[in-house]
Design a protein around this ligand. Structure first.
Ligand SMILES: Cc1cc2nc3c(=O)[nH]c(=O)nc-3n(C[C@H](O)[C@H](O)[C@H](O)COP(=O)(O)OP(=O)(O)OC[C@H]3O[C@@H](n4cnc5c(N)ncnc54)[C@H](O)[C@@H]3O)c2cc1C
Length: 280
């Protein structure tokens, strides 16, 4: 299918992009990597009058260590993140997740900020940023603000972003020697969206774990933390964590809710071992 007719413009600066968004309100959409947007236009799930191409805005594609944090620019391509030394050294959870996102052609164009803003409930990066307790940097006509990942993902493809705002960067804590991460997903074919996936983080304290965060994806309208399982896992008991798994997935095109709940338990065992043994 072809998209409905739309006008196209290229924003040269952040200010220009935000001004255009404010002027055209719901009639406009930002175009980043286009890997999700163009498909929704082609399927006529969305028919904006104007596409604002943000690919020419300078300074939004950096990946940098800033003190105890890693900042990933909204326009950093998935492939760039995947190959980044800073990410492999200081953000091991993101490094583990990256190869699971689509295929190389998609990762060459898709952007970090696009994935976070699109907020597909089966996508890897929103769950990783939630597990890491990250923060989303946003710019709008009234200036800049930051929203914690826990408050950013609000509903199905719905985020804390207002219509005139854009994501400029994502900030996550840099890993240190006590950081533990784990990642696993089940998909029909490698590169497909996950049926169920899990991104986990924790802090090693001797033989135990603290600050366990388990963010599942593909099990609800948003990435979902399993908070009771987090508490049980911090005590070091994997069986208790699986028994405490506080998820209630609905049926979708990939699997029934019952199957998803079972798979979530399987993934929890895998990720729990990665976190406890410190070997993802
Ligand atoms: C065949 C296929 C398989 C895929 N498989 C996976 C997968 O397994 N896992 C996965 O996570 N993703 C997958 N994707 C999606 C891919 O990761 C996309 O790159 C990502 O979801 C969106 O990023 P984008 O830069 O392409 O955004 P776009 O498609 O350009 O934009 C998506 C939406 O986000 C908005 N947007 C974009 N950037 C910003 C910003 N900075 N601020 C505010 N709003 C913004 C746009 O207006 C639009 O509404 C797949 C895509 C395809 C085509």
């Amino acid at each position: 299918m072809k998209p409905a007719a739309f006008a196209y413009t290229r924003a040269r600066t952040l200010k220009e992009a935000v001004t255009l968004l404010a002027r055209h309100k719901d009639d406009a959409r930002l175009l980043a990597g286009g890997q999700s947007l163009i498909a929704t236009l082609n399927m006529r799930l969305s028919a904006p009058e104007l596409l604002i191409d943000i690919n020419g805005i300078k300074g939004l594609d950096g990946i940098a260590k800033k003190g105890k944090f890693i900042e990933i620019g909204a326009l950093a391509r998935h492939a760039q993140v995947e190959r980044s030394d800073i990410i492999s050294k200081h953000a091991p959870l993101i490094a583990l997740a990256m190869p699971h996102i689509g295929h190389p052609a998609i990762r060459n164009r898709g952007t970090f900020g696009g994935s976070i803003a699109f907020a597909d409930p089966a996508a890897e990066l929103p769950a990783c940023v939630l597990a890491l307790g990250g923060e989303i940097a946003i710019t709008g006509p009234r200036g800049k603000r930051k929203v914690k990942a826990d408050a950013f993902f609000k509903g199905l493809f719905e985020t804390a972003l207002r219509p005139q705002e854009m994501v400029t960067a994502v900030r996550i804590p840099a890993a240190d020697k006590n950081t533990r991460v784990g990642f696993a997903e089940l998909a029909r074919r490698h590169g497909d969206y996950a049926i169920v996936g899990l991104a986990g983080t924790a802090r090693a304290t001797g033989k135990a774990l603290a600050d366990v965060r388990l963010a599942f994806f593909g099990v609800g309208a948003t990435p979902v933390r399993a908070k009771q399982a987090e508490v049980a896992l911090a005590a070091g008991n994997i069986d208790a964590a699986v028994d405490a798994l506080d998820l209630d997935p609905h049926d979708d095109v990939q699997a029934t809710g019952k199957v998803k709940k079972h798979l979530a338990g399987v993934l929890l065992r895998r990720v729990a071992r990665q976190l406890l043994e410190g070997r993802p």
